[in-house]
Design a protein around this ligand. Structure first.
Ligand code: HAM
Length: 426
């Protein structure tokens, strides 16, 4: 009996049909990081469990329920990274990258969280992340928001996403707020659901994040962290708002925006869409000035954001009005073959075209199927030119855009293609 092997739940293949749209988006992201002067960092997928326990916080859902932990052969407790910020901070400290200088860094790659899979929520997903180190002013927080705004603008998504902002203050300010919040929740304990009662002990701030309709009006009236900010934190937040006001970026201040990771201080933000159902947060980020001190004697101000690539692609595809040819791979030239010569001549011609015009993609139909079928496949795959090698060794060329066809010699064919693709050749 055969047993079918399937991908693990919540982990999906990106099939060859889908990779062109990934690459199209990745090119835009690369261009964005270049325009803002950010440099790529490539980080390991495996890190020590303790890195995330300390950075993300033991009481968070990620650490409590969602980690892919295991013990490796040397007995070390390691995990598949659930996010990129902690590893990025580790690498910056370990390699002393901020010795007398600032750093602007980006990364992209798979992250792993054992969550309940649903639309827009996977167990292996891809983040594009940006982190800025050793800059403590509000201007860099605003710069990150500019970057995301630029991306959404370029993708034509501006009207489908909204920006929410909050300040989580410093540790001390949060402590004072926490005391008042606990008193408030104790006074309304009868309204709290089971999950929130558990969070009273571990992470009361996260109760503010609850979507339970029965709790909403009580949560709306709960003490707001913004009222506990000291002058410095308030000024920081006001300046972030001022800078993005000047740039004309609309936003709302959401005092209940708390984020799901414990390392944040001061500015936090999310870009949310209503087009994807429950998993509407496309981008999340903020400042995490206290994180370095968990690992290092010296403080290192930092802030950043991450975008879920699968969610962003889902949004683009949900809203897609017109199909974009760049979202599909199609060869420029397909060589179809009627000769019975094991493809010898077809491969030779293909190589000649490639070496003369290296900007083109040239694909030989090696399927061995009938000529009619080869043509059908080439047209279905939306190639631009078909070159057929006839039984008698002659070449026939079809320009599918102009529907012109002609019998042509080898040299003429290369000249013709060179003229036709002049625009690619510069
Ligand atoms: P996060 O909000 O946990 O933040 O994740 C950032 C983004 O990753 C989310 O907005 C979402 O688009 C995507 N994402 C998260 N979980 C999943 C999932 N299970 N399936 C699909 N997409 C998902 C962070 O990870 C922080 N490290 C962001 C950051 C960078 N803060 C400062 N610097």
């Amino acid at each position: 009996m055969s047993t079918k092997t399937k991908a693990i739940r919540g982990m999906r293949d990106v099939l060859p049909d889908e990779t062109p749209i990934w690459q199209w988006l990745e090119n835009k992201l690369r261009r964005l990081t270049f325009r803002y002067g950010y440099n790529e960092m490539r980080l390991p997928l495996l890190e020590p469990v303790s890195l995330f326990e300390r950075s993300i916080g033991e009481a968070t859902d990620i650490i409590a329920k969602e980690m892919y932990n295991f013990t490796d052969k040397s007995g070390e407790h390691v995990t598949l990274r659930p996010e990129g910020t902690s590893g990025c901070m580790r690498a910056v400290l370990e390699n002393n990258l901020c010795y007398n200088k600032t750093q602007r860094i980006w990364y992209q790659g798979p992250m792993f969280r054992y969550e309940r899979p649903q639309k827009g929520r996977l167990r292996q997903f891809t983040q594009f992340g940006v982190e800025a180190f050793a800059m403590k002013g509000p201007d860099i927080d605003a710069e990150l928001i500019f970057m995301v705004r630029d991306l959404f603008q370029e993708l034509g998504l501006t009207q489908y996403v909204r920006l929410e902002l909050n300040s989580l203050g410093t540790l001390e300010e949060r402590q004072q707020h926490r005391e008042q919040l606990l008193l408030w929740f104790e006074a309304h304990r009868d309204i709290l659901d089971e999950e929130s009662i558990k969070r009273l002990e571990t992470n009361p701030l996260r109760i503010l994040d609850s979507k339970n309709p029965a709790m909403q009006s009580m949560l709306e009236q709960a003490p707001k962290l913004l009222d506990y900010l000291n002058e410095e934190s308030r000024n920081h937040f006001n300046t972030v708002c001022q800078i993005i006001d000047c740039a004309g970026i609309p936003y709302t201040i959401n005092p209940r925006l708390v984020r799901g990771l414990d390392y944040y201080t001061r500015t936090v933000f999310e870009w949310i869409t209503d087009e994807l159902g429950a998993q509407g947060t496309v981008c999340g980020g903020g400042r995490y000035d206290g994180l370095a001190e968990l690992f290092n004697p010296k403080a290192l101000p930092a802030c950043g954001f991450a975008i879920g690539i699968e969610r962003l692609l889902l949004l683009i595809q949900t809203l897609q009005q017109n199909d974009n040819p760049l979202w599909h791979f199609s060869a420029n030239v397909v060589i179809t073959n009627e000769m019975n010569d094991d493809g010898l001549y077809a491969q030779t011609i293909a190589e000649k075209i490639r070496s003369n015009i290296n900007a083109l993609s040239v694909v030989v139909d090696c399927s061995g199927s009938k000529l009619k079928r080869q043509h059908h496949t080439a047209r279905q795959n939306q190639c631009q030119i078909i070159v057929t090698i006839n039984k008698d060794h002659t070449l026939r060329m079809w320009d599918l855009s102009g529907a012109q066809q002609l019998t042509i010699g080898e040299k003429e064919l290369i000249n013709w293609l060179q003229k036709y693709y002049q625009k690619f050749l510069g």
